[in-house]
Write a protein of this length. Structure first.
Lengths: 141, 552
């Protein structure tokens, strides 16, 4: 894998040397970086210098740019939780990233956010509800 | 993995200890006590039965279960792990000498189920239970159930847990013991004039809230006198509407306080020691994120007062085992003029206990087990000093750029960074599943150095070299906090994370760096580690499939 290429003394491509399972020594512009890569092809992750990079399908090396199943219209509870706040009602227009419902579980608050712009078509929870995983909370069209 | 149970050495330890015990029963002044057990003579009023616990069930999971199991191993105490359906292949189950199945994944049916835990105690023949933190650790009914079942609860007596669990009762007890509490009272005279007089006594700014209250209903902050009248009437209206009771409570309000706490340990022989303070001002919605010891906000005099107040507090409730007294520190008048107020007492081991262990050099969990066995505290107050500075960062499986959404999934790669002054208390390993059901704490990274700066640099360096692949973690967020100018300057308070939220939670780099792109390209699919399925894989509810639903 040693493929140093130089043009007029400038290294164009990084040199990658595997040094352990999932561990790569990458030399670039005269500097050495240790990069970790792991995960199955459809769920590839990398780590370098405190940052995590998630390789989205189809694997063109983009940084994880957002939620993956973005066509999914149902928003469900990720874990057993209590509904602390419902921030929208049926008919509310929402923008991608808007908090829709605030849940609380294990002393943590977490917001269920809109995956994309749209309109809320149904709200299936009320403040104070105990919700189980996969319970649909909000529907967006 | 351990090579078989520690039956042999444990047995011989046990004999030695039993040997002393039997001897001391026969002869009140045995010469062989002198060197090995000086405490035995000091507390000769008590019959010292140094019967070490034999088999300890850890009613918890994750890093704290593993931490307690290590202490058991060192002491020759057999450890019993418990696990839910979601944790069959979890790291803590593999670390213990025995493991007992509890029940389904939801905590209410497993780690929070008193009947299920008691059944596991019986099934495993454990003589003692360590509750860890969270779950049942501060549940007085659980402690009482252990007491009733004749099982040693590694913690304080159940009545102490109950009284400290009630905010009102705890405040009353502390006030009676002379420990400063946040100034506040329910005025006898509930007329407008009566409340104004109380506000003048308590001192502005104040919080006026429904006495029957909760949930922020009927709560008003008043910083200026001319806002008072309006605040009183509206708070009363809201309180009456919400609770059918317009009685108001007036409490001093502090702007940007710091959160300090004092670790204490008490034994069954009336000894109480403190192990200095921890500062936990870096918190998000009452969830601590970064903790350190010592606190740079304390002068030596204030530290003496604070730690003495903590010892007084512990003594006043006849505390036993490890506990923490939390204080609010108001540094408004500058550090020289800072004042502290009792907030609450946590009747358990804290997540952040390692920073205390690193600066004092003692093992708190070991001490907990010894004290629960009836032993005296294994060190004296004079022998405890704070040496250097320790900082802990909690690594959570959560995505700071998406509202700290907890993450779940398989950990494909996990490598702990070695380094001077670095300790890692972890609950996961390569191949672990991070289930959706529990607190998403993966590991704690604790750094110690000769100064706060050195500790912070070591901690940041360790976090930058800590690859955890398969779930998003808050490591980028932790690095931003630690390198924030306000953190570096020590100008922190409990509002810090909220105030700096936008800077701290911004998304990561937009483009893929060349070196990462190159490594991705070089990584052939078959080189991926941990290809084999973990035991968790038999559970068809793949966390990733669930994730898609709510990440969407």
């Amino acid at each position: 894998m040693e493929t140093p290429e130089r043009v007029a003394g400038v290294r164009l491509r990084p040199t990658v040397t595997p040094i352990a399972a999932g561990t790569y020594r990458v030399e670039h512009d005269g500097r050495v970086a240790i990069v970790y890569v792991a995960g199955p092809p459809e769920d590839r992750w990398a780590f370098w210098d405190g940052h995590v990079y998630h390789d989205d399908p189809p694997g063109d090396g983009r940084v994880d740019s957002g939620p993956r199943a973005s066509a999914e219209p149902l928003l469900t509870a990720p874990m057993p939780a209590t509904v602390v706040k419902v921030l929208v009602a049926a008919g509310s227009p929402v923008r991608r990233g808007d908090a829709l419902v605030v849940l609380e579980a294990m002393k943590m608050e977490l917001a269920v956010r809109a995956p994309r712009d749209g309109v809320v078509t149904a709200v299936h929870c009320r403040e104070g509800d105990l919700v189980q995983p996969e319970r649909v909370l909000i529907e967006i069209a | 993995m351990r090579q078989g149970p520690a039956a042999e050495p444990r047995h011989s330890d046990k004999n030695t200890i039993l040997g002393f015990t039997l001897q001391s029963d026969q002869a009140p002044f045995p010469p062989f006590h002198g060197a090995a057990f000086p405490f035995c003579i000091l507390s000769s009023v008590f019959c010292i039965l140094s019967l070490l616990l034999e088999r300890l069930l850890i009613a918890n999971r994750g890093e704290i279960a593993i931490r307690i199991i290590s202490a058991c191993r060192e002491l020759g105490v057999e450890s019993v792990a418990v696990y839910s359906e979601a944790d069959a292949g979890a790291a803590h189950v593999n670390a213990a000498d025995r493991a007992v199945f509890l029940g389904p994944a939801p905590a209410a049916q497993s780690y929070l189920s008193i009947p299920n835990i008691l059944r596991a105690v019986k099934e495993s023949g454990a003589d003692s239970v360590h509750p860890g933190y969270g779950f049942l650790s501060e549940n007085s009914a659980f402690a009482a159930a252990c007491e009733a079942a004749g099982v040693v609860f590694v913690g304080p007596p159940s009545d102490v847990i109950a009284s400290m669990g009630s905010k009102i009762e705890a405040r009353r007890v502390m006030q009676a013991a002379g420990v400063p509490v946040v100034p506040g009272e329910t005025p006898d005279d509930q007329s407008d004039a009566g409340i104004v007089r109380t506000v003048e006594r308590v001192g502005l700014p104040v919080l006026i809230k429904a006495s029957a209250g909760g949930g922020g209903k009927g709560m008003r902050r008043v910083t200026r006198r001319d806002e008072l009248q309006e605040a009183v009437s509206s708070a009363r209206r809201e309180a009456t509407a919400a609770f059918d009771d317009g009685t108001l409570y007036v409490e001093r309000w502090f702007e940007r306080p710091r959160h300090l706490e004092v670790q204490v340990l008490a034994d069954a022989h009336g000894r109480i020691v403190h192990l200095f303070e921890r500062e936990c001002s870096i918190q998000r919605r009452h969830q601590k994120v970064i903790e350190e010891s010592p606190s740079i906000a304390l002068t030596p005099q204030l530290r003496d007062q604070l730690t003495q107040a903590a010892v007084t507090a512990a003594r006043s409730v006849r505390y036993r085992n490890a506990g923490t007294i939390e204080f609010l520190l108001d540094t408004h008048g500058g550090n020289e003029d800072a004042r502290f107020y009792f907030l609450e007492m946590n009747t358990r081991l804290q997540v952040e206990h390692p920073v205390t262990e690193l600066v004092t050099g003692v093992d708190l969990v070991r001490a907990q087990i010894l004290v629960a066995s009836g032993d005296p505290i294994p060190w004296t107050a004079d022998s405890l000093i704070q040496r250097g500075h320790a900082i802990e960062a909690r690594v959570y499986a959560e995505d700071p750029s998406r509202g700290f959404l907890p993450q779940a999934g398989r950990i494909w790669l996990y490598r702990e960074p070695p380094g001077p002054g670095i300790r890692i208390d972890s609950g996961v390993q390569e191949g672990s599943e991070v289930p959706v059901h529990y607190d998403p704490l993966l590991a704690k990274v604790i750094a110690i150095g000769e100064s706060r700066d050195v500790a912070a640099v070591r901690l940041m360096d360790a976090l930058r070299r800590f690859p955890i692949l398969g779930v998003r973690t808050n490591i980028p967020f932790l690095l931003r906090v630690l390198s924030h100018p306000r953190f570096e300057a020590g100008q922190i308070d409990t509002g810090f994370l909220d105030a700096e939220d936008a800077v701290l939670t911004a998304s990561g780099p937009e483009s893929l760096p060349d070196v990462v792109r190159a490594a991705f390209a070089a990584h052939a699919p078959e080189e991926g580690p941990t290809r084999q399925k973990s035991p968790m894989a038999v559970d068809s509810r793949d966390p990733w499939k669930r994730l898609k639903g709510w990440r969407a």
